[in-house]
Design a protein around this ligand. Sequence first.
Ligand SMILES: Nc1ncnc2c1ncn2[C@@H]1O[C@H](COP(=O)(O)OP(=O)(O)O)[C@@H](O)[C@H]1O
Ligand SMILES: [Mg+2]
Length: 341
Amino acid sequence: MGKYLILETIAREMRIGVLVLDSDGSALYANPSFLEFFPVRGGVEGKHVSDLMTNAHLLNAVSGFLQKRRGSPESMEIGEGPVVYSARLVPIKEKADFSLILFLQDITEEKRVETIKRDFVANVSHELRTPLASIKGYSETLLDGGMDDGETLREFLRVIDRHATRMSRLIDDLLTLSRLESHQMTIVSAPVDIGELVLSMIPAFEKQARDKSITVSTSIPQGLPKALGDHDRLEQVLVNLLDNAIKYTPSGGSVAVIAASDGQSVRVEVKDTGIGIPAADIPRIFERFYRVDKARSRELGGTGLGLAIVKHIIQGHNGRLNVESAPGAGSSFSFSLKACK
Ligand SMILES: Nc1ncnc2c1ncn2[C@@H]1O[C@H](COP(=O)(O)OP(=O)(O)O)[C@@H](O)[C@H]1O
Ligand SMILES: [Mg+2]
């Protein structure tokens, strides 16, 4: 088989963009991937590199090579519009001929994931540091003599206990999210009696609701078909939604859990008469650690991860999740699952 045919096939099929420049910086050849990255009408042949690409760092490096007509290969990361490339410039010299080959790999997605990971680690550290600083501050004060006063001792221990509880809740939520994401926590699909599940959960919220004089009601129609899903994960979804509904509803309000079915799917709605969510925040509340009001959420013992877990679980069910809310007008969170036939 001809060497040329093999090389040409490689250049045509690879996902890396290749651009070959002559000693003036004009294009001799571009492979299909390069043209996909930088569509050029009428082909690239004869066009100068600066007509094709805009990144100043790259163009500088190219002119450096062309002026010296030598050098060792150079790698760099460049941005071209919204796309980030890993670029490698390789000079070739053969007798009097000089050319430069540019290899481009689209690394936008890798960069995006990297940023998310970095932000996440920064967020987790920050979230852990806050309660830890309080625990440390209060225990130091007690050790410095504060514990001689029985009243202070009791009060400070209560604060320490509250912060320790928050830290352990945060770690539980982080572990849940990470298990869901790494698919260690698989979502099983079995018939779930949503009505029974909802009714079994209400007693656990009675105290929290009574303390704020919030009434919690349920509406489950007769003959509601079973939903297809994972009982324990759906319980977690309902815990998180009910906890939010009660937390973000002022005293005297009400929370309702309403189930319904059209025969094809089962829909569960958790509705409250609470503070509501501004329209601008709604698209973001499912992000990890996003809260409309950070101080209020912390005060109420929140981790900022509850809705991220809800979203993950419902997505894992191929279900639909919906939010309707407005400041002062209450919120409605609902999800739909496949009904069992
Ligand atoms: N029922 C609700 N009413 C008003 N705001 C809500 C409600 N549910 C969630 N939110 C908003 O969404 C944010 C994220 O919710 P979540 O992920 O459960 O975190 P957390 O409750 O720990 O703060 C909350 O901080 C709050 O601002
Ligand atoms: Mg929550």
